[in-house]
Design a binder for this molecule. Structure first.
Ligand code: SF4
Length: 266
């Protein structure tokens, strides 16, 4: 299996972990409350979602935004060797607790896989890949002892260097720095933001219609309900599918090849 495929959710090889392990609250994203560790009422036999074809229409838009980056199948088939949580002595508690850890490790691998394509700090990226990859292969007890924040810090520093090198080469001159900025609801329509960094920035509900976001670093930016209609994100760095799916866009939104156009966009 190639790395990109391994780091994409494969629900057919997962025991529906996200539909059980995670909690959600009745809201515009979820039609009902659910506690962590409690199977969703829509979870059908065979670990399938009974309303998969119409999640948004059924009030479960929040489920369309979640992406495990392949953590579900890794836990189901590798860590727990195909043993279903339904028959587990602990009721699946260890498996459910491991999901957020594995998901964070897989998200780091996804970013490292993207970084490989830039041919910057190649040896360090491969070493970081090997280290994180080895963690994803630990047994359940060892995996639960992993602190993903430590790994995020180490990989984040490396990705920052890759990002700065790539953006400096592609966008010479001054580039806007919005790292960690609170830009909730900001009016940035048609803004010139080529090569800017939005690492960890809050862009919830921001108006970025028609903005130039080419080569922008969007690692960890919160794009929920961000209006990206007509925006140009070609060459954007470390942009993930759940970020794009959570945003608003249209046929004129230009995306990098690392993500796909969400089916609910007009
Ligand atoms: S609605 Fe479907 S996808 Fe969402 S948690 Fe329930 S079973 Fe899973």
């Amino acid at each position: 299996m190639n790395e990109a495929a391994r780091l994409r959710a494969d629900c057919g090889n997962c025991f529906g972990l996200c539909c059980v392990a995670l909690a959600f609250t009745r809201s515009s994203d979820f039609a009902a409350d659910k506690k962590a560790g409690e199977p969703c009422g829509n979870l059908a036999p065979g670990h399938r979602c009974g309303i998969h074809a119409d999640l948004r229409g059924s009030g479960y838009a929040g489920c369309t935004v979640y992406d495990c980056f392949g953590a579900g199948q890794q836990l189901s088939q590798v860590t727990f060797a195909g043993r279903d949580w339904r028959g587990a002595a602990d009721g699946g508690r260890a498996m459910f607790a491991a999901l957020p850890v594995m998901r964070q490790l897989h998200e780091l691998l996804r970013h490292l896989d993207e970084a490989r394509a830039h041919a910057v700090a190649a040896d360090e990226i491969e070493r970081a890949w090997d280290r994180v990859d080895a963690l994803t292969r630990l047994d359940a007890d060892a995996l639960l002892a992993v602190d993903p924040a430590v790994e995020r810090g180490a990989v984040g520093e490396l990705l920052l260097r890759v990002s700065e090198t790539v953006r400096a080469a592609r966008v010479p001159g001054p580039r806007k720095d919005h790292r960690g900025a609170d830009l909730i609801g900001a009016r940035l329509r048609r803004a010139a933001l080529r090569g800017a960094t939005f690492r960890g920035a809050l862009l919830i509900g921001a108006d970025l219609r028609g903005a130039d976001l080419r080569e922008a670093d969007l690692l960890g930016a919160d794009l929920r309900d961000t209006d990206l209609r007509g925006a140009d994100l070609r060459g954007a760095l470390f942009l993930t599918q759940p970020q794009v799916t959570a945003a608003r866009g249209d046929a004129a939104t230009a995306l990098p090849p690392t993500v796909t156009r969400p089916p609910h966009w007009p």
